[in-house]
Design a binder for this molecule. Structure first.
Ligand SMILES: O=C(O)CCC(=O)C(=O)O
Ligand SMILES: [Fe+2]
Length: 270
């Protein structure tokens, strides 16, 4: 996967443009979250593909070069899908529920791959590879290059680098787990920084509920000490709302907050 992706991103621009993302779509080669001509762009390109359910695949965006890349993506997506399903069972148990609860909410889950390419940048202190955001899905499994640190997570007001561990995947909790757990498990705010000397590639597989799944705090997570913090949202609407905005930390999760919890948060900030 790493060799093939590297070869793809090093192809001439005209070759990569054959797979260019449409402005109204998220699949293909390009940059997502570009919502205005005035915004500062992140120092990265991406190849974004829906991998499951297979009927949502738009094969015209799956690169034909290098040879065999398509099959590699398919094999990687299928293996990581298996791991993410195991993780969902374990997460259900950690959240105090029966093993099958989260899996059932993902009966026909959507999985999308984003391969992020960050070219070397002569002024890394001036530009980000990927702006701060949380992932608007359930969990993300991320593979990073071994020899270069780029991912950082928000912790106690600062940014903490996530040093790559060889042969390990990073698992990010996304907004949907935050909403289902009524805020007990927070989606992690993260960003990617650029590097002066080396290019970096990361491989994110996003596991999402289907569009029509209604996301709201699960009954198990609410009691008299833990009032409901989020209102019900249809997942497809939540995702589309968050994609319409420029990436700005976790601001997009406001869409799902109840009015009370939103004003509580605001009072805390002030
Ligand atoms: O490059 C990274 O490590 C972060 C990628 C990421 O956060 C994303 O694709 O959503
Ligand atoms: Fe992310």
């Amino acid at each position: 996967m790493k060799d093939a992706a590297s070869e793809f991103f090093e192809l001439p621009a005209e070759e990569k443009k054959k797979y260019a993302m449409d402005s109204s779509d998220i699949q293909g080669y390009g940059q997502a979250y570009v919502v205005s001509e005035e915004q500062t762009l992140d120092w990265s390109d991406a190849l974004m593909l829906v991998t499951y359910p297979t009927r949502y695949r738009k094969l015209q965006f799956w690169p034909k070069t290098p040879e065999g890349f398509k099959e590699i993506i398919e094999a990687y997506a299928s293996e990581v899908r298996r791991v993410s399903q195991e993780l969902l069972s374990l997460l259900s148990v950690i959240m105090g529920m029966q093993k099958h609860v989260l899996l059932e909410l993902h009966q026909e889950s959507l999985q999308a791959l984003r391969v992020n390419y960050y070219p070397p940048c002569s002024t890394p202190e001036q530009v980000l590879g990927l702006s701060p955001h949380s992932d608007a899905n359930t969990i993300t499994l991320l593979m990073q290059d071994d020899d270069i640190t780029g991912l950082e997570i928000r912790h106690q007001g600062g940014w903490v680098p996530v040093t790559p561990i060889s042969d390990a995947l990073v698992v990010n909790v996304g907004d949907v787990i935050e909403i289902w757990s009524n805020g007990k498990y927070k989606s992690v705010e993260h960003r990617a920084v650029t590097n002066k000397n080396k290019r970096r590639i990361s491989y994110a597989l996003f596991l999402c509920p289907q569009d029509d799944v209604e996301v709201e705090p699960l009954d198990y997570m609410i009691d008299s000490h833990n009032p409901k913090l989020y209102q019900k949202v249809r997942y497809g609407d939540y995702l589309r709302q968050s994609m319409k905005r420029k990436m700005e930390g976790k601001a997009h999760i406001d869409v799902a907050m109840t009015e009370d919890s939103e004003s509580d948060m605001r009072n805390k900030d002030e």
